[in-house]
Structures are given as structure tokens and as C-alpha cells.
Design a protein around this ligand. Structure first.
Ligand code: NAD
Ligand code: TDX
Length: 331
């Protein structure tokens, strides 16, 4: 099988490529990635001999169409992915997340190629802290940020291309991922690399916001279950019952680094900051028999800390610039 992975030089996409090389020796892999600030060619170094990397924009039909035509399956990770950036400049989010997904859909439609669309739980908006409900595949869409609204738009395009044109697509909406190769702009790598540098972690607002953390390897094993056995046109929510407040994440990191539990700073909150995300993954677990492997969040975090300690050359070049941008917004 020939598989095209968009965004395969980013955080989740590169982990997906590594996992696929390990576990699917029969799959030929091409990565299509624009290598924006968030994409890093070196994230694919360990598998470079097994993967073809094409640098290109998913919104450019002249690049996308002939490449899609050569493949049997497209797994679509490429996106502008950071909420804070989307508040500073939404424009690349509309282009990549909406126009890029549209461009890919037109190509898979033309060439009859199977498509899997990677999306986020943020399309459902947020929940109150004490709400017993979790997101399910029928929760109404209610995105808050430019990032999540463009992801919501992309999901709706995929659903419409399935219904109107018979495109063979599945969708998955996952909760917050953590693990190796995540950009230092994101919450966990930012705090881990701050702690390595002897800088106090930075919590937005009171830090009571809850995210439903899942290890990136578990996200990607679920994506493969859906590709293998998911029903065409269906949406699967991916989550591993990992609800944790930002404050508790920071306290756990401080404990791993042997620092006092109050050794952090509160900084300016994110405008429109979603309060809580929580995933009900029962369709994935019951229909497709998927189970997460990383069930102990502290162990997964400690392994992630080890990875950032051992791979400073990977993250160091981006660190100062990211911190300068945060400093300009009081964060
Ligand atoms: P990331 O920002 O680390 O990686 C995105 C990749 O896409 C980068 O390699 C970048 O170069 C590439 N890219 C950006 N614009 C492009 C374009 N126009 N053409 C081609 N390539 C382009 O993001 P991530 O965290 O790995 O997220 C991957 C996918 O998973 C996204 O669709 C995101 O919405 C979704 N998702 C992420 C999370 C999370 O916690 N990070 C959770 C749920 C869903
Ligand atoms: O320095 C920080 N301090 C802080 O308290 C940063 C960078 C973040 N935060 C908070 C904001 C969020 O409540 O931590 C939480 C997580 O923040 P991010 O890592 O920016 O993730 P989030 O906005 O929740 O979105 C992530 O999960 C869903 C990914 O970036 C998205 O791509 C994915 O769709």
C-alpha cells in the first residue's frame, strides 16, 4: 500500500510515520509537508531511509493532485495547530486548514483515494468543570478560536464530500496529545524546557482549565484502527480518560524535576480560553476494540521529560524565539 501523510514532519505526523515504519513494513510512505516553523525535517531522520519527503503546500493543487494520484491512502495531519498563533494572525489557519483540506478532498475525489482526516476535540467548544457530560460524536459543533473554527470547517467539508461525492473518508477528533517531537510553543514542552533551563513554568490565568491528555502513540494507534476497520463516513473520538487541570500538570512536572510545588508563575490568560475538554471514546473502544497503552500520565510525562533532556539539539533552536513572542503578550 502507498500512503501519503500530510504534515508528517510535525509533532503527531512524525510520530505516526515512525510508528508506521515500525509496525507496517508493507506500507510505502510519502510525507507531504510545507516545513513551516512547526515542521522539522530532522524529526524524520530516524526513518529517512524508509520515507520520501516532498516539501509542498497542501493548498497548492498543482502539487497535491499528481501526488495524491500516486497513492492508495491519504492520512491528513497537516494544519496550523496553535491556538495562540491563531489569535495573533488567523490568516494561515484559513488557508491551510480550510483551503488545504478542500484541495486534498478534490484530489482524493478525482482519483478515488481513501482519506483519513485528523481533527480535534476543540470543534465541540468547551464544558463546565462540573459538567458530567463528555464530548460524543453527536455533540453539536461550537468552536471558540480561529484555530478550532477552521478545524470545524475542515471536518464539515470532509463530511459533505463523503455524502455528496461518495469520497471514502473517515474522521477522528482527538484530545490534547503529549510526547516526543512536540513544538516548544505548546504547553507541556514549553514548561519542560523552561524547567530544564531553570525558568519557572507559566500558567495562563488560574490554571484551572482542564485538558484530556493522551500520549501521541495512543492517538496514532487509534488512527490505524480506524484506517483498518472504521466505517466510511464515520467520526471517531479519540481520548484516554486523561482529564487533568493545567495546574496539576505543572505540579507533576515540578515534582518530576524535584522542585517545590509552588515554583511557577501565573501569567496573562488566553482570550476566549476554553475551560474544559473531555472525550467519550466508547465508539472507538467498543466498535473497534481500541485500548490506550499509556494509562499512567505521570509515567508518560516522565518519559517525555527524558526525551526533551536527551534531545536538546532538536528543540533548542526554536526556544528563544517562542519565549520572545510569549513575552510580548505578557505570557
Ligand atoms: P504541528 O503544528 O506540530 O504540525 C503540523 C505540520 O503541518 C507541520 O509539519 C507543518 O509544517 C505542516 N504544515 C502546516 N501548513 C502546511 C501546509 N499548508 N501544507 C503542508 N504542510 C503544512 O501539529 P500537530 O500537533 O502535529 O497536529 C497535527 C494534526 O493533529 C492537526 O490537524 C491538528 O489539528 C490535529 N490535532 C492535534 C492535537 C494536539 O494536541 N497537538 C490534538 C488533536 C488533533
Ligand atoms: O504557557 C502556557 N501556559 C498555559 O497555561 C501554554 C502554552 C498553554 N497554557 C494552557 C492553555 C491550555 O489550557 O495549557 C493548555 C494547553 O495549551 P496548548 O498546548 O496551547 O494546547 P490547546 O490550546 O489545548 O490545543 C492543543 O490541543 C488540541 C493543540 O495545540 C491543538 O492543536 C489540538 O487541537
Amino acid at each position: 500500500m502507498k500512503m501519503l501523510v500530510t504534515g508528517g514532519a510535525g509533532f503527531i505526523g512524525s510520530n505516526f510515520v515512525h510508528q508506521s515504519v515500525r509496525e507496517r513494513p508493507d506500507v510505502e510512505i510519502t510525507v507531504l509537508d510545507a516545513l513551516t516553523y512547526a515542521g522539522d525535517r530532522s524529526s524524520l531522520d530516524p526513518v529517512a531511509d524508509r520515507v520520501r519527503l516532498v516539501q509542498g503546500d497542501i493548498a497548492d493543487a498543482d502539487v497535491v493532485d499528481p501526488l495524491v494520484a500516486e497513492h492508495d491512502l491519504v492520512v491528513h495531519f497537516a494544519a496550523e495547530s496553535h491556538n495562540d498563533n491563531s489569535l495573533n494572525d488567523p490568516s494561515p489557519f484559513v488557508r491551510t486548514n480550510v483551503v488545504g483540506t478542500f484541495t486534498l478532498l478534490e484530489a482524493v475525489r478525482r482519483h478515488g483515494v481513501r482519506f483519513h482526516h485528523i481533527s480535534t476535540d476543540e470543534v465541540y467548544g468547551d464544558l463546565e468543570l462540573d459538567d458530567p457530560a463528555k464530548f460524543t460524536p453527536t455533540t453539536p459543533y461550537n468552536p471558540s478560536s480561529p484555530y478550532s473554527s477552521t478545524k470545524a470547517a475542515s471536518d464539515l467539508l470532509v463530511r459533505a464530500w463523503v455524502r455528496s461525492f461518495g469520497v471514502e473518508a473517515t474522521l477522528s477528533n482527538c484530545s490534547n496529545n503529549y510526547g516526543p517531537y512536540q513544538h516548544v510553543e505548546k504547553f507541556i514542552p514549553r514548561q519542560v524546557t523552561n524547567l530544564i533551563d531553570g525558568v519557572r513554568p507559566r500558567l495562563y490565568g488560574a490554571g484551572l482549565n482542564v485538558r484530556d491528555w493522551i500520549h501521541v502513540e495512543d492517538h496514532n494507534s487509534a488512527v490505524w484502527r480506524i484506517i483498518d476497520a472504521g466505517r466510511i463516513g464515520e467520526t471517531y473520538l479519540i481520548g484516554a480518560d486523561g482529564e487533568t487541570s493545567n495546574l496539576d500538570v505543572v505540579r507533576t512536572l515540578l515534582e518530576i524535576f524535584g522542585r517545590p510545588s509552588d515554583d511557577f508563575d501565573h501569567v496573562a490568560d488566553r482570550p476566549g480560553h476554553d475551560l474544559r475538554y473531555a472525550i467519550d471514546a466508547s465508539r472507538l473502544r467498543e466498535e473497534l476494540g481500541w485500548e490506550p497503552r499509556y494509562t499512567d500520565f505521570r509515567d508518560g510525562l516522565a518519559a517525555t521529560v527524558d526525551w526533551y533532556q536527551e534531545n536538546e539539539s532538536w528543540w533548542r533552536p526554536a526556544k528563544a524565539g517562542v519565549e520572545a513572542t510569549y513575552a510580548a503578550s505578557g505570557q
